[in-house]
Design a protein around this ligand. Structure first.
Ligand code: DP6
Length: 327
């Protein structure tokens, strides 16, 4: 039996991935940009065991649903093909934050699984190859292979060989915090991001405009990172997130993740800015609001968000590091 354990951090996109150019290879329609978060960690152990007749998955202490087991099994098939083995595996994964609630558990989950499974299977991959492997599990997972600010490239190749993530060095990494306001107790979301982005692409009259917008936001965000300009980065991130949600809201039938508390938090972020604070909101496939701010202002921003009725909890996260093997 061959075993390995890996840890990976979740990430929050500042320029979102929402839509695919190829579902089979899980290739994104456009690039994206994220910040890896040190406070949201997944730890995953993979044990290839010849005694197993099928793959097993334990998530946060309980047997996973059949749909999650088959998605994990399909991912392990990629690793087995690479390693020329057929052995089934026992996968045990724990998140130190709510699973499948719109807090990027698939990002840290597939990044940790990619690192643990390849190590347990005895194969060595470059970080770039690991990021392409993780992408097959979940597009956002490609970014969680790396720490700090991370850029995902959409690429153009049919085989996906140029659709990988890579870290972006910016002085801003030492100055930023993400304040995460949980809404609705972290309950599982109504629409998984995979189905929701496919539905948006298939039915939203605004989807094409969304895909055309992303390269412009990425170019502006790259400039902001190079100039260590937090205000410009935050302004782009908030506008980009709202544009992503606008495309989903315009889908037929509509997909919306927000709850009344989500809007109250957005209003609080705007009020903070009007009082001169550095605070910009971004939302993913869930009701939670994540606020990009500076180290110096993170405590004050968190305190303000805690006053918003309906907010379940508020956590401050700094940038996280790359996915690593722990044992
Ligand atoms: C809203 O990476 O979960 O968080 O590739 O289908 O697994 P799949 O999608 P996933 O989508 C993430 C969507 C998002 C935005 C983002 O993280 O960029």
């Amino acid at each position: 039996m061959s075993t390995a354990t890996a840890r990976a951090c979740a990430n929050i996109a500042l320029v979102k991935y929402w839509g695919k150019r190829d579902a089979a290879r899980n290739l994104p329609a456009a690039g994206s940009l994220s910040l890896t978060l040190g406070a949201l960690v997944t730890e995953t152990t993979v044990a290839f065991d010849p005694a197993l007749a099928s793959d097993e998955l334990n998530l946060d202490g309980a047997s996973a649903r059949p749909a999650d087991v088959s998605r994990t099994s399909a991912f392990l098939d990629l690793v087995r093909a690479e390693a020329s083995i057929t052995t089934r595996a026992r996968v045990t994964s724990t998140n130190d934050f709510p699973t499948a609630s719109g807090l990027a558990s698939s990002a840290s989950g597939y990044a940790a699984l990619a690192v643990a499974a390849t190590t347990a299977a005895g194969i060595t991959m470059s970080p770039r190859a690991l990021s392409m492997l993780a992408r097959r599990g979940s597009g956002s997972a490609a970014r969680s292979i790396f720490g700090g600010f991370v850029r995902m490239h959409a690429g153009q190749a049919v085989d996906g060989s140029d659709a990988f993530a890579e870290p972006i060095v910016s002085r801003l990494a030492d100055r930023v915090r993400m304040v995460i306001a949980i809404v609705g107790g972290g309950a599982p979301k109504a629409h998984g991001s995979r189905d929701a982005m496919d539905h948006t692409a298939a039915t939203s009259p605004f989807y094409r405009a969304w895909v055309e917008l992303v390269p412009h936001d990425l170019a502006a965000a790259d400039g902001a990172l190079a100039a260590a300009d937090l205000a410009t980065l935050g302004t782009i991130a908030e506008a980009n997130s709202l544009a992503m949600h606008a495309s989903a809201i315009a889908a037929r039938p509509a997909i919306w993740y927000w709850q009344p508390t989500t809007l109250a938090l957005l209003a609080e972020v705007r009020a903070l800015r009007q009082r001169g604070a550095a605070a910009w909101a971004t939302m993913d496939a869930g009701p939670h609001v994540k606020v990009l701010t500076s180290i110096d202002e993170a405590e004050a921003v968190a305190a303000a968000l805690r006053t918003v009725p309906g907010t379940t909890s508020v956590t401050i996260s700094g940038p996280g590091g790359p996915a690593t093997v722990t044992t």
